[in-house]
Design a protein around this ligand. Sequence first.
Ligand code: ZN
Length: 366
Amino acid sequence: MGASEADAVRQWEPKSDTVAKQFFRQLVETPRPSGYEQSAQEHVRRYAADWADQITTDVHGNVVCCRRGTGAGRLMLAGHCDQIGMLVSHIDDNGFLYFQPIGGWDSQQLIGQHVTVWGNSGAVAGVIARKPIHLLRPEERDKAPKLEDLWVDIGAKDRAEAEQCVRIGDPITLYLELRPLRNELLCGPGMDNASGVWVVLEALRRVKSPLCWSVFAVSTVQEEIGLRGAQTSAFGVDPQVAIAVDVTHATDSPGMDKNSLGRIRVGAGPVIFRGPNMNPRVVDRLLDCCRQADIPFQLAASGRAMPNDANPLQVTRAGVATGLVSIPNRYMHSAVEIVSWRDLDAAAELLARFAESLAEGDSFIP
Ligand SMILES: [Zn+2]
């Protein structure tokens, strides 16, 4: 895309208002490990209440926010609201908590982190650590610790005291805080996938009536443990076209493999994926919308079923024309994931324009 891409990036001015920005912070700072998403879903329901025609929650916990169109077409926009986390599996006699992971963790990312245990009676502060470097044997220094060898210290003096505020099965997250960095970058845990939820809801908020196709923005659950909420919610919504919104690896930090992942930069626009998991007509329509509205974009390729909601969406019922719009993300599945406000905003604009472009009789059969 060369010079025109650079121009588009420079010209893109985020359109989101303070309310939309506050909603993003609220999502990032609310715990939502897979299976424990409902406090975040409550924020989603309240946020959409003012402008959605209908809001429903299914038995799996997915929240479906709809704006009705005049025709029979149904477009589903899916962002998974769950984040990776942990859950308490054992409390030892000294009051230390052991845990199982929820989703994919790099154990080295957890050492030295502040965490919160979300107990019944409220949030309990804790830390994950290990013995000091002075005391590590040479073989311990060279080896990554296993997740099952890590523990959470909440400061309890023994098991009885820990059990007053923590139960087996309570979820644990990293300390949740959104910190702005330079150049409209945002940093914190769980950008994967507060980003996607925010984008699909902001798109739904921006679409202008009258719509031909009904639009369903879905905050899906349990993506991080097997793409599960998209399966159940897509069956329920029964869309003809569905677009998943998730984060993808940016390759603009050291050590990333551009040859296979492409040149993906944070702040250079949402990423439109091509490959067998993506319907070619949906891809073309997304690209047309970007060109018509001067929305910056980046292209990426994947030759496999995507490891995100785009996969179950495509193979729901008799098949759904699926697209994937991704937000470039540095340091995925860590305490310091980075995304750009500009990319989030431009992705919401793209999906709003896409929804408005759908007309009676549009076919996505390739
Ligand atoms: Zn994700």
